[in-house]
Design a binder for this molecule. Structure first.
Ligand code: PMP
Length: 764
């Protein structure tokens, strides 16, 4: 606590300067808290001569010198002082004062310029961003530096700040004292234990506004960081908390701190838990300053007051402390972190805002809006602090926010994102990898951005290559939102387009099993209908999972029979694998499992685990014929980031053996569902393959009457009980389960329990 800097007369310094450093110059005293700093102007440059505090441990002086050397090696351009050796190559020299005291002396290069503190009028957002960026650069340069003295007990060490509680009794204003004590206690009990798990390294810990030098030519930029006397090993985030320095910026609006964080984050990205404690640490540092100032003023009343703007300091502390909750949210926004899931965000207001800016009819799944801000694996996390078992979303097929996909996308986004008119590695690597998973004749890819687009392009290809205009689809099919997709979609009750004919879907729950011969004859009738209107078939498209047709069991030979009939009539066969692809049915592709040989395969949804990507896979001959007539280019399709996502998904499917898991966990799921059906009569039928399951809900097992209202009620109840499911089928009475492929049997058990409890609550 005792500052006690040496106060040697400048005359005494001239001799050692010449003797040890060969320098002669004009000496000027500078301010310092613990050392005696002297500016030395010589004919060939300016230096800083430091006479160290007698109480300073030699190891601590060594730490400072070694750290500056380390920085100079790691980032030679970083504008910080350089530690300069004596003429005979030593780090320090000894100076004996008249009273016999030996002082350690060292020399550094001088970083010239005015500090932010001396020019508050220059403290602009740009300058604050620059200060954050410069500090981050310094922290990067200090990375990997080690010194045994770096865990020194320093009065300004934030990690020790609760010790300052002994000085708060000297704060005369009782409100201010209580505020400071509350902050320091929160530090001790909550914040510091949290920071102990965060990134640590040796940090500067004193880059406040008084130690950041403004560039005299470009006053929106920082030209240097000085004063390496407070370095310690500490949580990295503390360095930023000090640099924000709202005590030294007494009139700055607290939101101004975001600028420093933004600048820092752009150079050295912050982690989410660090961002969450930053506001508390900023308050902690303000409380420390107040406690140290009060302690020093009480212990050494003759020494000038530590802060000359005390009233403003208290006002600033009060402002920041009362704005803290908003500042935490604002900081997340400024750094583009998602909103927290601790119940601090008002979902009702958000819903109203959404209606205002996205329209009143933008759909919600649930009566009571489900506000989600996080996902991991099979779990989704609500802003209300609750978690939900996700048995609905088939897009994050390898699990929500799978770390490998996150890394792949982030790394590629940080490196390059362009489009397929340029050559880059990963589009080729991805196309190559993807085509090895399908039959040999399917050997080329076209990249688009969604399942709808993939189907649209497949339809264009079919028309160009066959010269025909007719389309065959399953009854109650869904294939997308473009005009071609809408024409292919028979699930929405729209009038069928003139060039479209339907083939009945199999349904062995309500009818008999459809034989291949029946499928052939149904297809022939549909083709005959088209031909009666003068149209020949260009394509047959089918979702191998037949989701919107109610996830029926597809009999052996059913799709093969349709495909041969379509081929014989001159049409192409398109396997829409948007739902069924990537292992959903317990095999890599649904068409492969169902024994159908397509000419075109379309992919969407799970391809990028949530990153938008659609793919059309076909044969070289078909693509050549199409490209000879049509030049097709999609700006975003197959961009490097999408391809990185696609590759990472394939990596995870392989590494985690997810197709096997889809099969075994899917079978276990159906087994448990059938067990449940024994006691829950609402369950009429259990079907599906792999991790796609359909549960037909009926009000009467004899008549098999659809339990449409109960299905809706069940969906809401399950959400309340912590699981998300969907519904499908012509009467919206088929519960659709499509959990991520990382679902385990233990997750299934949790799910069955929730389903059972929810079924018990449904009104019959
Ligand atoms: N095909 C099928 C079978 C689908 O289920 C969907 C989406 N539900 C699509 C195509 C359309 O995909 P997207 O929503 O990505 O356009």
């Amino acid at each position: 606590m005792d500052r006690n800097p040496p106060e040697l007369s400048l005359d005494l310094l001239a001799e050692p300067l010449l003797k040890y450093y060969g320098l002669r110059g004009n000496l000027t005293s500078l301010n310092s808290e613990r050392d005696q700093n002297t500016r030395v102007d010589t004919s060939d440059g300016t230096y800083l001569l430091k006479v160290c505090n007698v109480d300073e441990q030699p190891e601590v002086i060594d730490l400072q010198i070694k750290a500056l050397r380390h920085i100079a090696r790691r980032d030679p351009g970083l504008p910080v002082p350089r530690a300069l050796p004596t003429l005979d190559g030593r780090d320090t020299a000894l100076l004996e004062a008249a009273d016999g005291t030996n002082y350690t002396v060292r020399l550094m290069s001088f970083v010239a310029g005015d500090t932010i503190r001396s020019h508050p009028e220059l403290d602009t957002p740009a300058l604050r961003r620059s200060s954050g960026a410069m500090l981050a650069r310094l922290d990067l340069a200090l990375r990997g530096f080690f010194h045994s003295a770096a865990d020194q007990e320093h009065p300004w060490a934030m990690t020790h700040m609760p010790k300052l509680l002994v000085y708060t009794e000297h704060i005369s204003d009782s409100d201010a004292r209580r505020t400071v004590e509350a902050i320091l206690e929160r530090m001790r009990d909550e914040t510091l234990p949290r920071t102990s798990r965060m990134r640590h390294q040796v940090v500067h810990q004193d880059a406040h506004t008084g130690n950041l030098v403004i560039d005299p030519v470009h006053p929106t930029e920082i030209a240097g960081i000085i004063d390496f006397g407070d370095m310690v090993y500490a949580p990295l985030i503390m360095d930023l908390a000090v640099a924000i320095d709202l005590t030294g910026r007494p009139s700055l609006s607290p939101e101004g701190l975001f600028d420093v964080a933004i600048g820092y984050d752009a150079v050295l990205p912050l982690e989410e838990d660090e961002v969450d404690v930053l506001i508390d640490l900023v308050l902690g540092r303000m409380a420390m300053t107040a406690a140290i100032a009060a302690g020093r003023n009480a212990l050494w009343p003759h020494v000038p007051a530590y802060h000359d703007h005390e009233v403003q300091m208290w006002q600033q502390l009060e402002r920041v402390s009362s704005a803290a909750p908003d500042l935490r949210i604002g900081l997340r926004r400024a750094l583009r972190f998602p909103m927290p899931i601790d119940g601090s965000v008002d979902s009702v207001q958000l819903r109203a805002d959404r209606e205002r800016v996205m329209g009143e009819r933008s759909p919600h799944f649930y009566e009571k809006t489900l506000h989600l801000e996080r996902g991991r694996g099979v779990w989704l996390y609500g802003a209300d602090g609750r978690h939900y078992l996700d048995f609905y979303n088939n897009v994050p097929t390898v699990g929500h926010s799978h770390p490998h996909v996150v890394n792949a996308v982030s790394r590629q986004l940080a490196a390059l994102n362009t489009h397929t008119r340029y050559l880059y590695n990963n589009a080729v690597e991805y196309a190559d990898r993807l085509t090895t998973t399908v039959a040999n004749h399917l050997d080329v890819c076209l990249f688009v951005n969604s399942g709808s687009e993939a189907n649209d392009v497949a339809w264009q290809i079919s028309q160009v290559v066959t010269g025909n205009a007719g389309l065959l689809v399953m009854h109650n099919a869904y294939h997308g939102i473009t005009q071609a997709g809408i024409d292919m979609t028979t699930a929405k009750g729209l009038e069928r387009a003139r060039h479209v004919e339907e083939i009945p879907a199999p349904d062995d729950y309500h009818r008999a099993i459809t034989t291949p011969a029946e499928a052939t004859s149904d297809t022939e009738s549909a083709i005959a209908q088209l031909r009666s209107r003068g149209i020949d078939p260009a394509a047959f498209i089918v979702d191998s999972a037949m989701c919107s047709s109610g996830i029926p069991a597809v009999p052996d030979g059913f799709l093969g029979a349709i495909a041969s009939t379509v081929h014989a009539a001159g049409g192409l066969v398109i396997a829409d694998e948007v739902q069924s692809g990537f292992g959903r049915l317990g095999a890599m592709w649904g068409h492969e499992l169902l024994g159908m040989r397509p000419d075109i395969v379309t992919l969407g949804k799970p391809v990028g685990n949530g990153h938008p990507l659609g793919v059309v896979i076909t044969s070289r001959a078909i693509l050549d014929e199409f490209q000879a007539q049509v030049r097709l280019f999609s700006t975003f399709g197959g961009n490097p980031v999408s391809c990185a996502a696609g590759l990472a998904v394939l990596d995870v499917i392989d590494r985690e053996d997810l197709i096997t898991n889809s099969r075994t966990t899917g079978d276990y799921l159906r087994e448990r569902l059938r067990e449940l059906a024994a006691t829950r009569p609402l369950i009429g039928d259990v079907r599906g393959k792999g991790l796609l399951a359909g549960l037909e809900l009926v009000t009467d097992r004899e008549t098999k009457a659809p339990a449409t209202t109960q299905t809706l009620e069940l969906l809401e109840l399950m959400r309340e009980n912590g699981a998300l499911v969907g519904k499908d089928g012509e009467h919206a009475h088929i519960l659709k389960l499509r959990p991520p492929l990382v679902t385990t049997q233990a997750h299934v058990d949790v799910f069955i329990d929730i389903l059972d409890r929810s079924l018990a609550e449904v009104s019959i």
